[in-house]
Ligand binder design. Structure first.
Ligand code: PHE
Length: 457
Protein backbone atom coordinates (compact mmCIF):
# COMPACT_ATOMS: atom_id res chain seq x y z
CA UNK A 1 0.00 0.00 0.00
CA UNK A 2 1.22 3.52 -0.80
CA UNK A 3 2.28 5.78 2.08
CA UNK A 4 -0.48 8.02 3.45
CA UNK A 5 0.12 11.73 2.79
CA UNK A 6 -1.53 14.54 4.76
CA UNK A 7 -2.46 18.05 3.65
CA UNK A 8 0.78 19.98 3.47
CA UNK A 9 -0.46 23.43 4.56
CA UNK A 10 -3.18 24.82 6.83
CA UNK A 11 -4.43 27.11 4.09
CA UNK A 12 -4.70 24.21 1.61
CA UNK A 13 -6.51 22.11 4.20
CA UNK A 14 -9.12 24.80 4.94
CA UNK A 15 -9.64 25.59 1.25
CA UNK A 16 -10.05 21.91 0.32
CA UNK A 17 -12.56 21.33 3.11
CA UNK A 18 -14.45 24.52 2.25
CA UNK A 19 -14.33 23.34 -1.38
CA UNK A 20 -16.20 20.22 -0.36
CA UNK A 21 -18.87 22.26 1.39
CA UNK A 22 -19.29 24.95 -1.26
CA UNK A 23 -21.14 23.47 -4.22
CA UNK A 24 -24.52 23.10 -5.85
CA UNK A 25 -25.96 23.29 -2.33
CA UNK A 26 -24.93 26.94 -2.02
CA UNK A 27 -25.46 28.29 -5.50
CA UNK A 28 -28.32 26.17 -6.79
CA UNK A 29 -30.21 24.89 -3.75
CA UNK A 30 -29.81 27.72 -1.21
CA UNK A 31 -31.42 30.51 -3.29
CA UNK A 32 -34.28 28.14 -4.13
CA UNK A 33 -34.87 27.34 -0.46
CA UNK A 34 -34.56 30.99 0.56
CA UNK A 35 -36.92 31.97 -2.27
CA UNK A 36 -39.50 29.39 -1.23
CA UNK A 37 -39.29 30.22 2.46
CA UNK A 38 -39.53 33.98 2.52
CA UNK A 39 -35.91 35.15 2.07
CA UNK A 40 -34.30 36.82 5.07
CA UNK A 41 -36.25 34.93 7.75
CA UNK A 42 -35.03 31.66 6.23
CA UNK A 43 -31.46 32.92 6.20
CA UNK A 44 -31.56 33.79 9.92
CA UNK A 45 -32.97 30.37 10.79
CA UNK A 46 -30.45 28.71 8.50
CA UNK A 47 -27.55 30.46 10.21
CA UNK A 48 -28.86 29.39 13.61
CA UNK A 49 -29.00 25.79 12.35
CA UNK A 50 -25.42 26.03 11.10
CA UNK A 51 -24.27 27.28 14.50
CA UNK A 52 -26.13 24.84 16.73
CA UNK A 53 -26.24 21.74 14.55
CA UNK A 54 -23.79 22.14 11.68
CA UNK A 55 -20.71 23.11 13.65
CA UNK A 56 -21.00 20.34 16.29
CA UNK A 57 -21.52 17.77 13.52
CA UNK A 58 -18.55 19.00 11.51
CA UNK A 59 -16.42 18.79 14.66
CA UNK A 60 -17.75 15.27 15.36
CA UNK A 61 -16.69 14.03 11.92
CA UNK A 62 -13.33 15.77 12.26
CA UNK A 63 -12.75 14.10 15.65
CA UNK A 64 -13.40 10.61 14.27
CA UNK A 65 -11.29 11.19 11.14
CA UNK A 66 -8.29 12.68 12.82
CA UNK A 67 -8.28 10.33 15.81
CA UNK A 68 -8.34 7.28 13.54
CA UNK A 69 -6.14 8.71 10.76
CA UNK A 70 -7.66 6.43 8.14
CA UNK A 71 -10.61 6.26 5.72
CA UNK A 72 -14.11 6.48 7.11
CA UNK A 73 -14.85 2.71 7.02
CA UNK A 74 -11.66 1.82 8.93
CA UNK A 75 -12.02 4.80 11.26
CA UNK A 76 -14.88 3.38 13.32
CA UNK A 77 -13.15 -0.01 13.44
CA UNK A 78 -10.11 1.63 14.95
CA UNK A 79 -12.12 3.53 17.54
CA UNK A 80 -14.54 0.84 18.72
CA UNK A 81 -14.83 -2.94 18.91
CA UNK A 82 -18.59 -2.77 18.65
CA UNK A 83 -19.55 -4.11 15.22
CA UNK A 84 -22.76 -2.07 15.07
CA UNK A 85 -20.88 1.26 15.19
CA UNK A 86 -18.37 -0.02 12.67
CA UNK A 87 -21.14 0.03 10.08
CA UNK A 88 -21.43 3.84 10.34
CA UNK A 89 -18.39 4.31 8.13
CA UNK A 90 -19.59 1.79 5.56
CA UNK A 91 -22.96 3.52 5.39
CA UNK A 92 -21.16 6.79 4.66
CA UNK A 93 -19.29 5.22 1.78
CA UNK A 94 -22.47 3.86 0.21
CA UNK A 95 -24.20 7.23 0.69
CA UNK A 96 -21.30 9.06 -0.92
CA UNK A 97 -21.34 6.72 -3.88
CA UNK A 98 -25.06 7.28 -4.42
CA UNK A 99 -24.85 11.08 -4.02
CA UNK A 100 -22.03 11.13 -6.55
CA UNK A 101 -24.26 9.29 -9.00
CA UNK A 102 -26.78 12.11 -9.27
CA UNK A 103 -24.46 14.99 -8.32
CA UNK A 104 -22.35 14.24 -11.39
CA UNK A 105 -25.46 14.55 -13.57
CA UNK A 106 -26.28 18.07 -12.34
CA UNK A 107 -22.55 18.86 -12.55
CA UNK A 108 -22.73 17.78 -16.18
CA UNK A 109 -25.56 20.26 -16.82
CA UNK A 110 -23.38 23.08 -15.44
CA UNK A 111 -20.73 22.09 -17.96
CA UNK A 112 -23.28 22.11 -20.78
CA UNK A 113 -24.56 25.56 -19.71
CA UNK A 114 -21.04 26.91 -19.42
CA UNK A 115 -20.22 25.75 -22.96
CA UNK A 116 -23.54 27.11 -24.22
CA UNK A 117 -22.87 30.51 -22.58
CA UNK A 118 -19.43 30.54 -24.17
CA UNK A 119 -20.74 29.62 -27.61
CA UNK A 120 -23.64 32.10 -27.68
CA UNK A 121 -22.38 35.49 -28.86
CA UNK A 122 -24.17 38.58 -27.48
CA UNK A 123 -26.21 39.24 -30.61
CA UNK A 124 -27.68 35.73 -30.64
CA UNK A 125 -28.12 35.79 -26.85
CA UNK A 126 -30.15 39.01 -27.13
CA UNK A 127 -32.32 37.37 -29.77
CA UNK A 128 -32.82 34.26 -27.61
CA UNK A 129 -33.77 36.38 -24.58
CA UNK A 130 -36.79 37.65 -26.53
CA UNK A 131 -38.13 34.13 -27.09
CA UNK A 132 -40.22 33.03 -24.11
CA UNK A 133 -39.81 29.36 -23.32
CA UNK A 134 -36.42 29.06 -25.04
CA UNK A 135 -34.54 28.10 -21.90
CA UNK A 136 -37.17 25.74 -20.55
CA UNK A 137 -37.13 23.94 -23.91
CA UNK A 138 -33.33 23.92 -23.85
CA UNK A 139 -33.30 22.50 -20.32
CA UNK A 140 -35.92 19.84 -21.08
CA UNK A 141 -34.14 18.81 -24.26
CA UNK A 142 -30.78 18.70 -22.53
CA UNK A 143 -31.94 16.64 -19.55
CA UNK A 144 -33.98 14.17 -21.58
CA UNK A 145 -31.36 13.71 -24.29
CA UNK A 146 -29.64 10.33 -24.50
CA UNK A 147 -26.18 11.50 -25.50
CA UNK A 148 -25.17 15.03 -24.50
CA UNK A 149 -25.77 14.84 -20.73
CA UNK A 150 -24.04 11.44 -20.63
CA UNK A 151 -21.00 12.91 -22.37
CA UNK A 152 -21.03 15.73 -19.82
CA UNK A 153 -21.21 13.16 -16.99
CA UNK A 154 -18.19 11.36 -18.43
CA UNK A 155 -16.28 14.64 -18.87
CA UNK A 156 -16.99 15.69 -15.30
CA UNK A 157 -16.14 12.29 -13.82
CA UNK A 158 -12.83 12.38 -15.71
CA UNK A 159 -12.00 15.89 -14.47
CA UNK A 160 -12.51 14.70 -10.90
CA UNK A 161 -10.54 11.50 -11.70
CA UNK A 162 -7.44 13.40 -12.82
CA UNK A 163 -7.42 15.47 -9.65
CA UNK A 164 -8.01 12.56 -7.28
CA UNK A 165 -5.48 10.26 -8.92
CA UNK A 166 -2.69 12.70 -8.09
CA UNK A 167 -3.30 12.23 -4.39
CA UNK A 168 -4.26 14.41 -1.47
CA UNK A 169 -1.46 16.93 -1.53
CA UNK A 170 -0.59 17.15 -5.22
CA UNK A 171 -4.18 16.68 -6.39
CA UNK A 172 -6.88 17.87 -4.01
CA UNK A 173 -4.86 20.46 -2.12
CA UNK A 174 -3.10 22.08 -5.08
CA UNK A 175 -6.30 22.16 -7.10
CA UNK A 176 -8.27 23.76 -4.22
CA UNK A 177 -5.58 26.37 -3.67
CA UNK A 178 -6.06 27.60 -7.22
CA UNK A 179 -9.78 27.04 -7.70
CA UNK A 180 -11.15 28.40 -4.42
CA UNK A 181 -9.54 31.87 -4.70
CA UNK A 182 -10.76 31.97 -8.33
CA UNK A 183 -14.24 31.11 -7.08
CA UNK A 184 -14.13 33.96 -4.51
CA UNK A 185 -13.00 36.46 -7.12
CA UNK A 186 -15.82 35.44 -9.45
CA UNK A 187 -18.32 35.69 -6.60
CA UNK A 188 -17.18 39.21 -5.70
CA UNK A 189 -17.26 40.40 -9.34
CA UNK A 190 -20.74 38.94 -9.85
CA UNK A 191 -22.01 40.49 -6.58
CA UNK A 192 -20.75 43.90 -7.70
CA UNK A 193 -22.48 43.49 -11.09
CA UNK A 194 -25.65 42.54 -9.30
CA UNK A 195 -25.78 45.88 -7.42
CA UNK A 196 -26.16 47.62 -10.78
CA UNK A 197 -29.17 45.66 -11.99
CA UNK A 198 -32.57 47.42 -12.04
CA UNK A 199 -33.98 44.99 -9.46
CA UNK A 200 -31.08 45.39 -7.01
CA UNK A 201 -33.09 47.24 -4.34
CA UNK A 202 -36.04 44.88 -4.44
CA UNK A 203 -33.83 41.78 -4.55
CA UNK A 204 -31.66 42.87 -1.64
CA UNK A 205 -34.70 43.88 0.41
CA UNK A 206 -36.15 40.41 -0.14
CA UNK A 207 -32.87 38.86 0.92
CA UNK A 208 -32.15 40.98 3.98
CA UNK A 209 -35.47 42.19 5.46
CA UNK A 210 -36.93 39.32 7.49
CA UNK A 211 -40.62 38.56 7.31
CA UNK A 212 -41.25 36.05 10.08
CA UNK A 213 -44.92 35.70 9.19
CA UNK A 214 -43.90 33.17 6.54
CA UNK A 215 -41.99 30.96 8.95
CA UNK A 216 -43.49 27.54 9.68
CA UNK A 217 -42.22 24.23 11.04
CA UNK A 218 -41.53 23.33 7.41
CA UNK A 219 -39.17 26.33 7.13
CA UNK A 220 -37.18 25.02 10.06
CA UNK A 221 -36.90 21.55 8.55
CA UNK A 222 -35.87 22.96 5.17
CA UNK A 223 -33.16 25.01 6.86
CA UNK A 224 -31.90 21.96 8.72
CA UNK A 225 -31.85 19.76 5.62
CA UNK A 226 -30.09 22.52 3.71
CA UNK A 227 -27.43 22.85 6.42
CA UNK A 228 -26.77 19.11 6.25
CA UNK A 229 -26.37 18.98 2.51
CA UNK A 230 -24.48 22.23 2.17
CA UNK A 231 -21.94 21.44 4.88
CA UNK A 232 -21.30 17.92 3.47
CA UNK A 233 -22.32 16.37 6.79
CA UNK A 234 -23.39 12.78 7.38
CA UNK A 235 -21.47 10.66 4.87
CA UNK A 236 -17.88 10.54 5.99
CA UNK A 237 -16.54 13.16 3.61
CA UNK A 238 -15.38 15.46 6.39
CA UNK A 239 -14.16 12.45 8.36
CA UNK A 240 -12.01 11.34 5.40
CA UNK A 241 -10.59 14.85 4.88
CA UNK A 242 -9.88 15.15 8.63
CA UNK A 243 -7.84 11.95 8.46
CA UNK A 244 -5.35 14.03 6.43
CA UNK A 245 -5.25 16.87 9.03
CA UNK A 246 -2.11 17.31 11.07
CA UNK A 247 -2.05 16.84 14.84
CA UNK A 248 -1.85 20.57 15.49
CA UNK A 249 -4.92 21.51 13.44
CA UNK A 250 -7.54 23.19 15.62
CA UNK A 251 -10.67 21.17 14.81
CA UNK A 252 -13.17 23.69 16.20
CA UNK A 253 -11.42 26.63 14.54
CA UNK A 254 -11.40 24.78 11.20
CA UNK A 255 -15.09 23.90 11.54
CA UNK A 256 -15.92 27.56 12.21
CA UNK A 257 -13.92 28.68 9.18
CA UNK A 258 -15.50 26.10 6.87
CA UNK A 259 -19.04 26.84 8.06
CA UNK A 260 -18.35 30.59 7.82
CA UNK A 261 -17.06 30.36 4.23
CA UNK A 262 -19.93 28.09 3.23
CA UNK A 263 -22.58 30.44 4.67
CA UNK A 264 -20.94 33.49 3.15
CA UNK A 265 -20.91 31.89 -0.29
CA UNK A 266 -24.58 30.95 0.04
CA UNK A 267 -25.52 34.53 0.93
CA UNK A 268 -23.38 35.89 -1.90
CA UNK A 269 -25.14 33.52 -4.30
CA UNK A 270 -28.41 35.07 -3.06
CA UNK A 271 -27.00 38.56 -3.68
CA UNK A 272 -26.18 37.54 -7.24
CA UNK A 273 -29.41 35.77 -8.03
CA UNK A 274 -32.28 37.74 -6.43
CA UNK A 275 -31.55 41.22 -7.81
CA UNK A 276 -31.28 39.63 -11.28
CA UNK A 277 -34.51 37.70 -10.75
CA UNK A 278 -36.42 40.79 -9.55
CA UNK A 279 -35.01 42.80 -12.46
CA UNK A 280 -37.00 40.73 -14.91
CA UNK A 281 -40.07 40.14 -12.79
CA UNK A 282 -39.64 36.42 -12.10
CA UNK A 283 -41.00 35.27 -8.75
CA UNK A 284 -38.23 34.41 -6.28
CA UNK A 285 -39.92 31.09 -5.53
CA UNK A 286 -39.54 29.89 -9.14
CA UNK A 287 -38.07 26.68 -7.65
CA UNK A 288 -35.37 24.29 -8.72
CA UNK A 289 -35.41 25.64 -12.25
CA UNK A 290 -34.16 29.08 -11.11
CA UNK A 291 -30.55 28.56 -12.09
CA UNK A 292 -31.09 26.54 -15.26
CA UNK A 293 -34.28 28.05 -16.72
CA UNK A 294 -34.83 31.52 -15.30
CA UNK A 295 -31.27 32.73 -14.91
CA UNK A 296 -29.85 32.39 -18.44
CA UNK A 297 -32.30 34.95 -19.80
CA UNK A 298 -32.21 37.02 -16.63
CA UNK A 299 -28.59 38.01 -17.23
CA UNK A 300 -29.44 39.07 -20.76
CA UNK A 301 -32.33 41.22 -19.69
CA UNK A 302 -30.75 42.65 -16.57
CA UNK A 303 -27.71 43.86 -18.52
CA UNK A 304 -29.62 44.42 -21.75
CA UNK A 305 -27.93 47.76 -22.44
CA UNK A 306 -24.47 46.16 -22.31
CA UNK A 307 -24.61 42.93 -24.34
CA UNK A 308 -20.93 42.10 -23.85
CA UNK A 309 -21.30 42.50 -20.10
CA UNK A 310 -24.30 40.16 -20.17
CA UNK A 311 -22.20 37.68 -22.17
CA UNK A 312 -19.31 37.89 -19.69
CA UNK A 313 -21.57 37.65 -16.64
CA UNK A 314 -23.32 34.50 -17.81
CA UNK A 315 -20.02 32.83 -18.69
CA UNK A 316 -18.63 33.79 -15.28
CA UNK A 317 -21.73 32.55 -13.47
CA UNK A 318 -21.70 29.09 -15.04
CA UNK A 319 -17.95 28.84 -14.62
CA UNK A 320 -18.43 29.64 -10.94
CA UNK A 321 -21.04 26.93 -10.65
CA UNK A 322 -18.73 24.51 -12.44
CA UNK A 323 -15.79 25.20 -10.13
CA UNK A 324 -17.89 24.92 -7.00
CA UNK A 325 -19.38 21.66 -8.20
CA UNK A 326 -16.04 20.16 -9.14
CA UNK A 327 -14.46 20.80 -5.73
CA UNK A 328 -17.45 19.06 -4.09
CA UNK A 329 -17.38 16.13 -6.48
CA UNK A 330 -13.68 15.68 -5.78
CA UNK A 331 -14.41 15.37 -2.06
CA UNK A 332 -17.13 12.82 -2.73
CA UNK A 333 -14.76 10.89 -5.02
CA UNK A 334 -12.08 10.75 -2.33
CA UNK A 335 -14.27 8.86 0.18
CA UNK A 336 -14.64 5.53 -1.71
CA UNK A 337 -11.18 5.95 -3.27
CA UNK A 338 -9.47 6.10 0.13
CA UNK A 339 -11.59 3.16 1.26
CA UNK A 340 -10.66 0.93 -1.71
CA UNK A 341 -7.00 1.93 -1.60
CA UNK A 342 -6.60 1.30 2.13
CA UNK A 343 -9.00 -1.55 2.87
CA UNK A 344 -8.26 -3.55 -0.27
CA UNK A 345 -4.58 -2.54 -0.48
CA UNK A 346 -5.00 -1.19 -3.99
CA UNK A 347 -2.81 1.34 -5.75
CA UNK A 348 -4.41 4.78 -5.63
CA UNK A 349 -4.62 4.79 -9.43
CA UNK A 350 -6.55 1.50 -9.49
CA UNK A 351 -8.90 2.61 -6.71
CA UNK A 352 -9.58 5.95 -8.42
CA UNK A 353 -10.26 4.24 -11.74
CA UNK A 354 -12.75 1.83 -10.20
CA UNK A 355 -14.60 4.72 -8.52
CA UNK A 356 -14.57 6.82 -11.70
CA UNK A 357 -15.97 3.96 -13.79
CA UNK A 358 -18.67 3.21 -11.23
CA UNK A 359 -19.64 6.90 -11.08
CA UNK A 360 -19.90 6.98 -14.86
CA UNK A 361 -22.19 3.94 -14.77
CA UNK A 362 -24.48 5.28 -11.99
CA UNK A 363 -24.38 8.81 -13.46
CA UNK A 364 -25.32 7.52 -16.91
CA UNK A 365 -28.25 5.55 -15.50
CA UNK A 366 -29.40 8.62 -13.55
CA UNK A 367 -29.09 10.84 -16.56
CA UNK A 368 -30.93 8.41 -18.84
CA UNK A 369 -33.67 8.08 -16.21
CA UNK A 370 -34.83 11.53 -17.29
CA UNK A 371 -35.04 10.49 -20.91
CA UNK A 372 -34.95 7.05 -22.55
CA UNK A 373 -35.12 5.19 -19.21
CA UNK A 374 -37.96 7.27 -17.76
CA UNK A 375 -40.04 4.10 -17.35
CA UNK A 376 -37.52 2.44 -15.05
CA UNK A 377 -38.92 3.17 -11.62
CA UNK A 378 -37.59 2.45 -8.13
CA UNK A 379 -40.22 2.91 -5.39
CA UNK A 380 -42.34 4.80 -7.92
CA UNK A 381 -39.61 7.36 -8.66
CA UNK A 382 -37.11 7.74 -11.50
CA UNK A 383 -33.57 6.56 -10.66
CA UNK A 384 -32.40 10.19 -10.39
CA UNK A 385 -35.23 11.22 -8.04
CA UNK A 386 -34.89 8.04 -6.03
CA UNK A 387 -31.15 8.51 -5.39
CA UNK A 388 -31.70 12.17 -4.54
CA UNK A 389 -34.53 11.36 -2.12
CA UNK A 390 -32.94 8.34 -0.44
CA UNK A 391 -29.56 9.97 0.05
CA UNK A 392 -30.64 13.47 1.15
CA UNK A 393 -33.72 12.55 3.18
CA UNK A 394 -32.73 9.20 4.63
CA UNK A 395 -29.07 8.20 4.37
CA UNK A 396 -27.43 11.56 5.19
CA UNK A 397 -29.73 12.04 8.14
CA UNK A 398 -29.26 8.50 9.47
CA UNK A 399 -25.50 8.87 8.96
CA UNK A 400 -25.50 12.21 10.82
CA UNK A 401 -27.53 10.65 13.64
CA UNK A 402 -25.12 7.74 14.02
CA UNK A 403 -22.08 10.03 13.99
CA UNK A 404 -23.45 12.37 16.67
CA UNK A 405 -24.51 9.44 18.85
CA UNK A 406 -21.17 7.72 18.47
CA UNK A 407 -19.10 10.79 19.28
CA UNK A 408 -21.46 12.08 21.99
CA UNK A 409 -22.06 8.82 23.84
CA UNK A 410 -19.99 5.89 22.63
CA UNK A 411 -16.51 7.12 21.82
CA UNK A 412 -13.85 6.90 24.52
CA UNK A 413 -14.17 10.23 26.32
CA UNK A 414 -10.42 10.67 26.66
CA UNK A 415 -9.93 10.45 22.89
CA UNK A 416 -12.76 12.92 22.34
CA UNK A 417 -11.29 15.34 24.84
CA UNK A 418 -7.77 15.00 23.42
CA UNK A 419 -8.96 15.67 19.89
CA UNK A 420 -11.12 18.64 20.89
CA UNK A 421 -8.36 20.31 22.89
CA UNK A 422 -5.40 19.17 20.76
CA UNK A 423 -3.98 17.21 23.70
CA UNK A 424 -4.56 19.99 26.20
CA UNK A 425 -3.41 22.90 24.05
CA UNK A 426 -6.83 24.54 24.25
CA UNK A 427 -8.78 24.80 27.51
CA UNK A 428 -11.45 22.12 27.74
CA UNK A 429 -14.12 24.43 29.21
CA UNK A 430 -14.13 26.53 25.99
CA UNK A 431 -15.02 23.42 23.96
CA UNK A 432 -17.35 21.57 26.27
CA UNK A 433 -20.42 23.15 24.68
CA UNK A 434 -19.75 21.08 21.56
CA UNK A 435 -20.13 17.88 23.57
CA UNK A 436 -23.30 19.14 25.26
CA UNK A 437 -24.85 19.93 21.87
CA UNK A 438 -23.70 16.60 20.40
CA UNK A 439 -25.22 14.64 23.26
CA UNK A 440 -28.53 16.36 23.85
CA UNK A 441 -29.54 18.75 21.13
CA UNK A 442 -28.26 17.36 17.83
CA UNK A 443 -29.68 13.78 18.14
CA UNK A 444 -33.12 15.16 19.02
CA UNK A 445 -33.19 17.51 16.02
CA UNK A 446 -31.87 14.84 13.67
CA UNK A 447 -34.66 12.53 14.76
CA UNK A 448 -37.15 15.25 13.81
CA UNK A 449 -35.54 15.78 10.40
CA UNK A 450 -35.59 12.04 9.80
CA UNK A 451 -39.30 11.76 10.61
CA UNK A 452 -40.05 14.66 8.32
CA UNK A 453 -37.75 13.31 5.60
CA UNK A 454 -39.63 10.02 5.43
CA UNK A 455 -42.96 11.83 5.56
CA UNK A 456 -44.07 10.93 9.12
CA UNK A 457 -44.10 14.55 10.33
N1 PHE B 1 -21.82 20.24 0.21
C1 PHE B 1 -21.95 20.00 -1.19
C2 PHE B 1 -22.76 21.12 -1.81
O1 PHE B 1 -23.13 22.05 -1.17
C3 PHE B 1 -22.57 18.67 -1.49
C4 PHE B 1 -21.92 17.52 -0.80
C5 PHE B 1 -22.66 16.72 0.05
C6 PHE B 1 -20.56 17.27 -0.99
C7 PHE B 1 -22.06 15.67 0.75
C8 PHE B 1 -19.95 16.23 -0.30
C9 PHE B 1 -20.69 15.44 0.58
O2 PHE B 1 -23.05 21.08 -2.96
Amino acid sequence: MEKRKDFASKMGMVLATAGSAVGLGNIWRFPVEAGNNGGAAFIIIYLLCVLTLGIPLIVAEFVVGRAAHTNTAQAYKRLTRNTFWQQTGRLGIITGWLIMGYYVVVSGWTLAYFLKALATPPTIAAHIAKQPGYWSDFFNELTSDALLPVLCVIAFALMSHFIIVRGVEKGIERFSKVMMPMLFILLIVLCICSFFTPGAKEGLTFLFRPDFSQVTFGTLLSALGQAFFSLSIGMGCLCTYASYFSRDTDLLGTALKVAGIDSLVAIMAGIIIFPAVFSVGIRPDAGASLVFIALPSVFQEAFGAFPWLAYAVSIMFYFLLLLATLTSLVSLHEVPTAFLAEDFHMKRRTATTIVTLSVIVIGTLCSLSMGPLADWKLFGKSIFDCLDWVSANVLLVVGGGLITFFVGWKMESKTLRDELTNYGNYPYHTRKWIIVLLRWFVPFVIFLIFLSGIGVL
